[in-house]
Design a protein. Structure first.
Lengths: 154, 122
């Protein structure tokens, strides 16, 4: 015969309010589960932001690798097929996607360089300072690229 | 049961990711500058004949071939590390690695066929 569960003690007045105030607020507290937790950058540290950005841009670049091969395959269709693609690729929307691609390359490349430098012991471990320095450098290159892509001259 | 990969496998894959990544910094820069920064058209895109002439240049063909191999290896190593976060068993880890090797070989082979055909048309 099982024993009856012990009754939950009645809380003192005001305890519920304190527990509610201590509980994490809003949707930020609901992080994504284990293996995909890196995808969720809300309220995370700079290190986590860098890691997530590296993975998100990396996955985007893998997608682009295959998209690029598919686009280049239009060359096999001859000059008319390629000219058709050029018309589409020089519209502002597609030029904007080119700039997005360069953003991905810069973010992934510069962050990867930072990780390689720290991981191999070539530079002291100042992760935060290195991250923001590299991102500032990347932002300058991105602006230059955007001006070039939309301006059409080097 | 989830089995983690040993430290030597992890450090080897990290080393190769770093080596291919650093090589890509050079190769992507060459690729982007040669394709998009030396052409005065909007978007820096070459005409059909320009693309064929460009890819048929022996030095460019070799550089683009190396770029294809290195970028594919880096992409497969990256995919592997993302999927391994799901805590695969030893058997599934091996299957994943074999699948990525096959995908990498198919990608590189298709890329070489593509640039080979284009170079032959110049």
């Amino acid at each position: 015969m099982g024993r009856a569960p012990a009754p939950t003690p009645e809380r003192e007045p005001g305890v519920e309010e304190i527990l509610r105030a201590r509980a994490p607020q809003g949707p930020v507290s609901k992080k994504l589960p284990g293996p995909v937790a890196w995808f969720d950058v809300r309220s995370r540290s700079t290190g986590h932001l860098a890691f997530s950005m590296n993975r998100i841009t990396g996955l985007g670049l893998v997608f682009y690798l295959y998209l690029h091969l598919a686009v280049l395959s239009t060359l096999l269709g001859g000059e008319d097929a390629w000219n058709g693609f050029l018309e589409l690729a020089t519209t502002p929307l597609f030029l904007g996607l080119d700039v997005l691609l360069v953003f991905g390359l810069l973010a992934h490349g510069l962050n990867g360089t930072r990780l390689s430098l720290i991981g191999s012991g070539f530079v002291p471990n100042h992760q935060k300072a290195l991250f923001w320095s590299f991102m500032a450098f990347g932002a300058i290159l991105l602006v230059y690229t955007a001006v070039h892509v939309f301006g059409g001259e080097g | 049961m989830s089995v983690s990969t040993g430290p030597s496998t992890r450090s080897r894959s990290w080393r190769w990711t770093a080596i291919t990544g650093v090589s890509l910094l050079v190769l992507v820069t060459i690729h982007m500058v040669a394709h998009h920064f030396v052409v005065d058209e909007v978007g820096g895109l070459r005409t059909y004949q320009h693309v064929l002439d460009y890819i048929a240049t022996p030095a460019i063909f070799v550089i683009e071939g190396i770029f294809l191999v290195v970028v594919t290896a880096h992409a497969m190593l990256g995919l592997r590390s993302v999927v391994l976060d799901f805590g695969l068993s030893e058997m599934w880890r091996r299957r994943l690695e074999r699948a990525l090797v096959v995908l990498g070989i198919v990608t590189v082979a298709y890329g070489f066929v593509l640039i080979g055909v284009l170079a032959s048309r110049a």
